[in-house]
Design a binder for this molecule. Structure first.
Ligand code: FES
Length: 233
């Protein structure tokens, strides 16, 4: 099969012809690197969809290389919205910065028993593997490069719903700027998540919780009537 990969040294696609069928993209790239072109650079770790380090874009859509079955004619490029270090390897420091901006971690937690129902409530979001596929698919970065972003906000929702967390208020405060109100609710983050998490839905829930806590909704236009996408009332 033929596979094209965007190379960073000349910003052009390079096409490789590989005599392999029915293999994952990661297996294919390992073959190219060991048999054809040792300069090809990409990252991976667990090879089983757990570590999140092998996300790329295939034919314009985010995929994990260790799970995606390569097809003849595929075009592979690095994930978007972050700096490319080399070929398919990207700089993750921006992603870490957004996690910090949203306080998307457990800062201080108390010792207590957690019921099965309470654990179930945060189970889906706890499955995030930080692959950054949602971050790559998000169109908001074109308008706001400081947007805290879908996966960091999903993690915030996970921690503010954890009964052991003692600093939920600070997290809710942290996501009011460049956070939940900057999301356009377009849903581009949802289908690309390999863990079937729906960040857009979590952002909706964070908006509802913010309203209950008394935070204003800046997307509401109270000053000049109501704005319904071009129709002003
Ligand atoms: Fe770990 Fe693909 S190598 S998720």
């Amino acid at each position: 099969m033929n596979i094209s990969i965007l190379r960073s040294h000349n910003d052009e696609e390079q096409t490789y012809n590989v005599e392999l069928e029915n293999v994952t993209l990661l297996t294919l790239l390992n073959h190219i690197k060991t048999k054809i072109d040792p300069t090809l650079t990409y990252s991976h770790g667990c090879r089983s969809g757990v570590c999140g380090s092998c996300a790329v874009r295939v034919n314009g859509r985010e995929q994990l290389m260790c799970e995606y079955k390569a097809q003849d004619g595929d075009t592979v490029e690095p994930v978007r919205n972050t700096r490319v270090i080399r070929d398919l390897v990207v700089d993750s420091s921006r992603v870490e910065r957004f996690n910090r901006a949203g306080m998307a971690w457990s800062e201080s937690s108390k010792e207590m028993n957690v019921s099965a129902e309470e654990m179930e409530r945060i189970e889906t979001q706890s499955d995030c593997i930080l692959c950054t596929s949602c971050f790559s698919a998000c169109p908001v970065y074109a308008a706001n490069p400081d947007f805290i972003g879908p996966f960091a906000l999903t993690r915030v929702w996970r921690y503010v719903n954890d009964p052991r967390e003692t600093n939920s208020d600070a997290k809710m405060e942290a996501i009011q700027t460049n956070g939940i109100w900057d999301c356009t609710l377009c849903g581009a983050c949802v289908p690309v998540c390999p863990q079937a998490i729906a960040p857009m839905q979590d952002i909706r829930m964070l908006r509802t919780k913010s309203g209950m806590l008394g935070y204003p909704d800046p997307t509401m236009n109270f000053g000049g009537g109501f704005d319904f996408g071009g129709w002003n009332f």
